[in-house]
Design a protein around this ligand. Sequence first.
Ligand code: IMP
Ligand code: MG
Length: 182
Amino acid sequence: MHGDMARILYSSKDIQNRIQAMAREINEAYPEGDLVLLGVLSGSLLFLADLARALDRHVILDFIAVSSYEGGTQSTGVVRMLKDVSVSIEGRDVLLVEDIIDTGLTINYLLENLTTRHPRSLAVCALLDKVAARTAPVPIRFTGFEVPNEFLVGYGLDYQQRYRNLPYVGILKPEVFKLPQA
Ligand code: IMP
Ligand code: MG
């Protein structure tokens, strides 16, 4: 698995340091009370787990799942809700937690959808921001790193469901994309 990487962009240590700083920002931004951390499955799983542990406050953990990539490396632009929220978000502070914002299609769909449930506040927290790939503006309140317009894997990000368990974020060797699917 590690041998498939061309380059490591953010080491495990880089990521953990950045998350500590983001957690301080988030702690200060919200009043006391429950903050709903709404993770977008599956990519946000590792980030959400580390972010939640870095936050010194009450949080409620919940997840939603959407599908927009259908296994490739390009956004299809079609977003489908595969799993909705489990808790009521009405009147609550909600922080939507994403691994990466690419075109922005997924997050804009989710923001529009979740707004109709009348949360008290709704904001986006993304570990990675691929600014150059944006097709429509996205209001990101908390950002980890601005990344180049390349296909990244690791720390939640997958290529054909693989590499999510890498503790770092990196770029795959070009030949990995040419291998037949396992
Ligand atoms: P968007 O709708 O184009 O912003 O895509 C958002 C989703 O696509 C993210 O939540 C990721 O799951 C996935 N994605 C976007 N860029 C990458 C990447 O470079 N590597 C792996 N997954 C990605
Ligand atoms: Mg994904």
